[in-house]
Design a protein around this ligand. Structure first.
Ligand SMILES: NC(=O)C1=CN([C@@H]2O[C@H](COP(=O)(O)OP(=O)(O)OC[C@H]3O[C@@H](n4cnc5c(N)ncnc54)[C@H](OP(=O)(O)O)[C@@H]3O)[C@@H](O)[C@H]2O)[C@@H](O)CC1
Ligand SMILES: [K+]
Length: 464
């Protein structure tokens, strides 16, 4: 996992560093110079303009300039506070105006025509916490950031202005980071090896979703569970007797339209995880069923999505979502519920979509609900009530198509059923789901394709 540290947290890391700032600035300058040389494809005779501010970000840029000059690069260092209307011609512009200490607005003259842009730590003008661009920052081809990623490189305008982001180690200890970006190697580590005596019940899950006449979401959730490695998928749509459209290998079990939660709880003996909510409808019976199931003391771990989340809207303090899973089912401690809201559902749950500090907003909701919260978006953010946060950058705009959320819900249930703890299951599901979308077609993608590509996403994981 790649650590993500807010500007404020970075200040504390910096204050705790045993080395003086000049030493850190020297290393930051060296890393910047290396990235510059890489972008330039050489040194001698290349023209580089460094725009440097008066803080440490500017100091990093000046330190890089010294190194580059010694390599024969033709350098001009310009003061960010006193820029000409037109910047001199250059092969590379190094943006070291402002870093995490930026405030206000930054509307510099245009970058020299044809010059590559290298941002130091964060593109100047981009808020290191929120990713919001203030003014008209230069769009970088590459950003070299120090010690850890900053949220502002991953959120808001950050990703489109930062270009390719590289984290340079400058000797700071970021082991206390509370947020991380998930990588394939993490997911590989979390997934259990398939045991030799694997039998279908080992990773059995039950999808309770859909409503009579509206079975698409249920089918997609079931397919997501199948393709993310569930050994057995049971599917029930309350009030629906026959479901000829369900995926072939799914085992249909009939549930009454009302009072179905008791029937589920009676039948979960060998079921390791339950998914509830997609397409269930917002009628009273559906909502009562969700509440009874989620609030039951003896249920397996459960992932709640879609209409299931609406049913939990009033459970503000998490009385239902903190119900303990029964012994032997799910983790002995920690949360046993995963909530997977998009922004609208997040607001319904009392969360704050669009909050400037998105990581804190998701973390707060998880703490209040006593549940893992997976906030869908770009990136997807997963928080545990204990304060841990991961960002999943694997997905892209292609996933913003109807039904992909249902696939994610099913995949998440399958990972819970394979024994992952809720936080890791949510992070892994979001990663695999994002990769499945990326591995599928560039255009014309439908949700079923995402499910169909989950095995490819699992297969491409590095060997643990
Ligand atoms: N963390 C670490 O451990 C390490 C961090 N390092 C580096 O330090 C960077 C953070 O440095 P920093 O704190 O000095 O802040 P920085 O971004 O240079 O800006 C603050 C200065 O700019 C000014 N200023 C701001 N906005 C302005 C505006 N719109 N227009 C005009 N002026 C404006 C502001 O002025 P003031 O508010 O004081 O008036 C202040 O003087 C970080 O991003 C990384 O690159 C590494 O060197 C090594 C280890
Ligand atoms: K910068």
């Amino acid at each position: 996992m790649i650590p993500v540290v807010t500007p404020e947290e970075m200040g504390a890391v910096d204050a705790a560093a045993p080395e003086p700032t000049e030493v850190l600035v020297g290393r930051a300058g060296a890393a910047t110079a290396r990235a510059a040389l890489d972008l330039l494809g050489g040194a001698y005779g290349r023209r580089v303009v460094v725009v440097a501010g008066k803080g440490n970000n500017g100091a990093d840029g000046r330190a890089a300039a010294d190194r580059l000059r010694r390599r024969g690069v033709r350098l001009e260092v310009l003061d960010a506070a006193d820029l000409p209307d037109h910047l001199p011609a250059a092969d590379l512009l190094v943006d070291a105006a402002y870093g995490t200490g930026f405030r206000g607005d930054w509307t510099p003259p245009a970058a020299p025509e044809g010059a590559a842009v290298l941002a130091v730590d964060v593109p100047s003008g981009v808020d290191g916490l929120t990713g919001e661009a203030h003014g008209r920052p230069w769009a970088a081809d590459r950003t070299v950031t120090f010690a850890a990623l900053k949220p502002g490189l991953l959120l808001g305008d950050g990703p489109s202005l930062a270009g390719t982001v590289e984290v340079a180690d400058i000797g700071l200890d970021v082991s206390g980071a509370r947020a991380h970006v998930v990588e394939g190697a993490d997911v590989a580590r979390w997934l259990p090896d398939r045991p030799r005596d694997a039998h279908k019940w080992r990773a059995a899950c039950w999808v309770v979703a859909g409503s009579p006449g509206m079975t698409g979401a249920a089918h997609l959730a079931a397919a997501g569970a199948q393709r993310a490695g569930a050994g057995y998928v049971r599917l029930s749509t309350p009030g629906l007797a026959e479901d000829p459209g369900a995926p072939t290998e799914v085992v249909g079990v009939e549930l009454p339209a009302e009072g179905w939660a008791d029937r589920v709880l009676d039948g979960v003996d060998r079921i390791v995880a339950v998914a509830v909510g997609p397409g269930l409808g917002t009628g009273d019976a559906a909502a009562a069923g969700v509440r009874a199931l989620v609030g039951a003391a003896d249920r397996p771990p459960v992932v709640v999505d879609g209409d299931g989340l609406t049913a939990l809207a009033d459970d503000v303090d998490g009385d239902l979502t903190t119900a303990r899973a029964r012994p032997g089912h799910g983790p002995a401690t920690g949360p046993t519920v995963v909530l997977t809201p998009h922004d609208g559902e997040m607001a319904r749950l009392g969360g704050e979509p669009g909050a400037p500090d998105r990581l804190a907003a998701v973390r707060d909701l998880a703490a209040r609900r006593g549940a893992v919260v997976l906030s869908k978006g770009s990136p997807t953010v997963v928080a545990d009530p204990d304060g841990r946060v991961v960002l999943v950058t694997a997905g892209d705009a292609r996933l913003a198509t109807a039904g992909t959320g249902d696939v994610l819900t099913g995949a998440l249930a399958a990972l819970l059923a394979q024994g992952l703890a809720p936080f890791e299951a949510a992070a892994a599901a979001a990663h695999l789901h994002g990769r499945a979308g990326a591995l599928a077609w560039r255009r014309g993608l439908v949700a079923g394709d995402v499910a169909a590509h989950l095995p490819a996403a699992l297969t491409e994981l590095p060997e643990d």
